[in-house]
Design a protein. Structure first.
Length: 311
């Protein structure tokens, strides 16, 4: 069975994540024991509290350590992807799976990324909303109207998750105005999204600049399998570089619906969502007619083994 791996992004984290995997699998335990992003990954992942785990600078290394450990456990069981992608932060885990980053390198990189993103808008009032039931063109139109009304503020589409679900982010005043505009344009619902910053908007340019500088001293391994990049919704071309796409990703829209469609078009038989929660599985269900198996706990790994054994 040809599998496409999807790695969860920030927002899926939950206190206690990975505890059973840590107890059940030595390779998972080794990843968390050896991770050194400047804090105890095990303690924050297993014990929280939630307000600490939910801080960007802690969330990102914890999520990627989880993803690295799970990828190793799955590989030991012979479960490997033909193609991979991740939602936002998850893109770094996908690049690890493809051999671009080493284990410690990817955890260190996202620790740096998390700090850069958190400091980019320190003290600035920002918001994100989920716009449901409105097509892309209308969301773009709504953001343009708000930008005309508030030319000094930011209001931009952040995530194109799946048909009928798009997030908008930026300065709080502008995003509040956007919520009303989107309803006027026909949105079925507009909901607040709990995030700690205006991710994937131009307000993240300082973080993009910091990453660009950091990447100059990083080595990038040869890609062993295709990775579909958020910023373009497809694999990179020969003219594009991984550092430039990662720099672009942090400050521009994520085209995850396009990513799912591209992967399905490559002839995979199923998706595997790696990470806490089932957010990406729901995006898949709303976008293409392919199964998506979520692996979050030890029992999920065993269940996936059974499915694959019976193919």
């Amino acid at each position: 069975m040809k599998l496409g791996f999807l790695y969860a992004g920030q927002g899926s984290q939950a206190v206690g994540m990975g505890r059973d995997l840590y107890e059940a699998y030595p390779s998972f335990r080794e990843v968390l024991d050896s991770a050194t992003p400047g804090f105890d990954v095990k303690e924050v992942s297993f014990e929280g509290p939630a307000e600490v785990l939910n801080e960007t600078k802690y969330t990102q290394p914890c999520m990627v350590a989880f993803a690295v450990g799970m990828t190793k456990v799955l590989a030991e069981a012979g479960i490997v992807p033909e193609i991979a992608a991740g939602l936002s932060l998850g893109e770094y885990s996908a690049l690890y799976a493809a051999g671009v980053f080493t284990e410690q390198q990817v955890i260190d990189l996202v620790a740096f990324r998390g700090n850069a993103m958190q400091s980019a808008v320190q003290g600035r009032a920002c918001k994100m909303i989920a716009v449901l039931g409105l097509e892309r063109e209308k969301v773009y139109e709504g953001c343009r109207k708000v930008q005309e009304q508030f030319p000094e503020l930011c209001c931009e589409p952040a995530n194109f998750n799946c048909p009928g679900q798009i997030t908008v982010s930026g300065d709080a005043e502008a995003v509040d105005a956007a919520a009303e505009v989107m309803k006027e344009l026909g949105a079925k619902r507009v909901l607040p999204v709990k995030v700690s910053g205006p991710f994937h908007t131009s307000l993240m340019k300082p973080a993009g600049d910091a990453l660009a500088e950091r990447f100059q001293s990083e080595s990038f391994g040869e890609m062993k399998l295709p990775v579909v990049f958020n910023a373009v919704g497809r694999p990179k071309t020969e003219d594009e570089s991984i550092p430039s796409l990662l720099e672009q990703q942090v400050q521009t829209s994520v085209f995850f619906e396009d990513t799912i469609r591209y992967m399905a078009e490559q002839g995979i038989d199923a998706f595997v969502e790696i990470g806490p929660g089932k957010t990406l599985s729901k995006f898949v269900q709303k976008t293409v007619e392919l199964p998506c198996y979520n692996v979050e706990k030890a029992e999920d790994i065993e269940a996936l083994k059974t499915v694959l054994a019976g193919e």
